[in-house]
Write a new protein. Sequence first.
Length: 253
Amino acid sequence: MKDFTTPNLPEIEIKEPLEKEQFDPSLEEKGSDSERNIEKLGVISLPKPDHEIFTLTIIGQIEGHMVLPPQNKTTKYEHVIPQLIAVEQNPNIKGALILLNTVGGDVEAGLAIAEMINTLSKPTVSLVLGGGHSIGVVISCGCSYSLIAETATMTIHPIRLTGLIVGVSQVFEYLDKMQERIIDFVVNHSRISREKFKELMFNTGQLGRDIGTVLVGHEAVDIGLIDEVGGLSKAVTILKEMINERKKGENEK
């Protein structure tokens, strides 16, 4: 007859639950802070109060009033604005370094970011790495001093919506006015002339399926759009010099 008795099982050691003192609550707090910053501000951590230079990265596509698909790499307009306000209000931050590698994006959002950077009371330096295309051109010109990497490119072209023909005169007038705002901003904050910038914008001989111009490194400097060719080390050095000059001027008053 088959034996249905329970076999002898190995004894299982039951451990006591960890006491509360064995947990490090700071680890949980740090993790939650990082997650909160990534979700709300798009950054892992905010700059420490003792840092004199604030770094803002503008990468991918600049997202404004319309939410882009989740697979797009974006810089969100609502993330950038509060960071710039914090830079202005924090007395420990003496200058801002703006790093750009962007294809462009929402025109009004990009122009608003450029205007905010330009109206900061502290020195700002922009550095174009990889590419600073479309409205990225305007943002790079909004800083106190601008640099571009030797191999980086910038694309200048007219404002467009979806590539469709604009059939309403009011829409055309609105786009024309916005385009003039962009032209005025670039001309007023760089060494390029209005005639040269418009010539590059409406160039028909360089882009196969579009009008506009692509500038590489030295070309952007030669026409007066960007101040200097350089990399990260030069950008930081120039910003520190501007900060020291500002401190010296404040001490002399």
